[in-house]
Design a protein around this ligand. Sequence first.
Ligand code: ARG
Length: 565
Amino acid sequence: MKLKQSINLAIQDAFKKAEINETPLAVSEATKPEFGDYQFNGAMALSKKLGKNPREIAANIIENLDHSGIIAKTEIAGPGFINIWLNPLWIAAQCDVAEQDERLNIQRKENPIKVVVDYSGPNMAKQMHVGHLRSTIIGDTLANLLTFLGDEVIRQNHIGDWGTQFGMLIAYLEEQDEDGSVSLKDLEQFYKDAKGRFDANADFADKAREYVVKIQSGDTHCLNLWQKFIDISLGHCEEVYEKLNVNLTRDDVRAESFYNDDLASVISDLDSKGVLQESDGAQCVFLEGDEIPVIVQKGDGGYLYATTDLAALRFRANVLGAKRISYVVDARQGGHFKQVFKVAKEAGFVPEDVKLEHIAFGTMMDKGGKPFKTRDGGTVKLIDLLDEAVVKAKAAIKDKESYSEEEVEALAKIIGIGAVKYADLAINRESNYIFNWDKMLSFDGNTSLYMQYAYARIQSIFRRFDGELRGKIIIGDALEHRLAVMLLRFEDVLERAAEDASPNQITTYLYELATLFMRFYEQNPMLKEGVEEETKMSRLLLADLTAKTIKQGLDILGIQVVNKL
Ligand code: ARG
């Protein structure tokens, strides 16, 4: 249900009838319940144009507004605001439709587009660390959300699997892996050891350098070693994806190495478009307004991160056919993407109508406001963090006795991982954020546990009810009215969140919804003796729709629900 749009249409209709030849401003949610459900604030802006006082204009709009459909009541407030109350019969009927529908009456987009979401992108030479957490879960949420709304989403995991450091790593792998037992369980350590050997032993260093050239020229032995290294490293990442309940598979990997054969033609195409310049022996693109050029090829012939991204951009636009390309990457890479996007447009690598966006996010900080590190100052491995979340969640489960051991285990996973993801998704993605176990594993406040608890609570009502859900929703009091309107807002919220790539708009909504439901539930008994059948059914239906909405919302965030908590 596109609620806002439906209200806007009613206003547009009134404009036509009132012969106001202007497009009305869109309505907005009322800031307080006393002001109704929605507000139209467009009369003030028309005052000058129409040469009338805004209250007069508002009155004229109201006179011409249909008060028998979606809108039941209006009121002029202050200088000319129109407060709007929706029709309880109309909203009840819409809630009934949503409750009956698998998609909660949310239509798929009429004009879906192909969207590439570039996220996660770990580097194969190193352990996945907490910095990759944000990219992975924000990106996955965006991909889930756009898919749900009907776009054709192409997930791209742009892993870093190419570069000079792999010469050293595979030379070391060859030495260490004589019996094929190297697990690379600790990539960080493996890297350190390889580097140690490189610095200490000139023969090894020579070999490492030789291997770089060999991988690049397609030597089978070296490529096999390289492939083995990547497979093991990627396997570790997949363990993390699995734990995180993230929808990334090996099919979504299109690594840096994939673009390798195209890099020479990126340079020659930039040249033939006339945007290439030599500077200090390097091939560069100078962009207007930028002092520092984009280097696309070093003096020694080597290519750079930007060169690969240019190749990837044109592949995504021209081969994959994407109309929106979203890069979910750390804010600190903002300069890089700005430049790459500009060069790509200037060189005609991507058509003008393709939307390129950097979905930037801030850094994860510890309680002291410093970038998140282990006690001894190392980077925190993502896998350790997730395991710790599950251990902590287990401790938070109250009456463990009522569950089997496996149930506790499964529950702890859902709660712990959900908490980590939700805490991250619930903050404005561009801000840095403070990682706080106690806060994220709390039953109170805007947490996944609160949401999972609200969901489980509704399920427990239905366990006690144990009957057949019949009848229809009837709006009885003001709280029911607000809850119903809140439920109908879901699609608007999802659309905005997709547009802005802001998962926190979803969490904010879910939190408001769950809070409102809890109040409704306390005031409006369902299964108590003496509640009339009609009322009981209506309340149960509202509860059911609330549960389904919470579940759908969490599902988009990649967070599971439980029936009992
Ligand atoms: N591997 C990069 C990093 O860890 C992220 C890749 C992002 N995607 C891209 N197309 N550049 O910083």
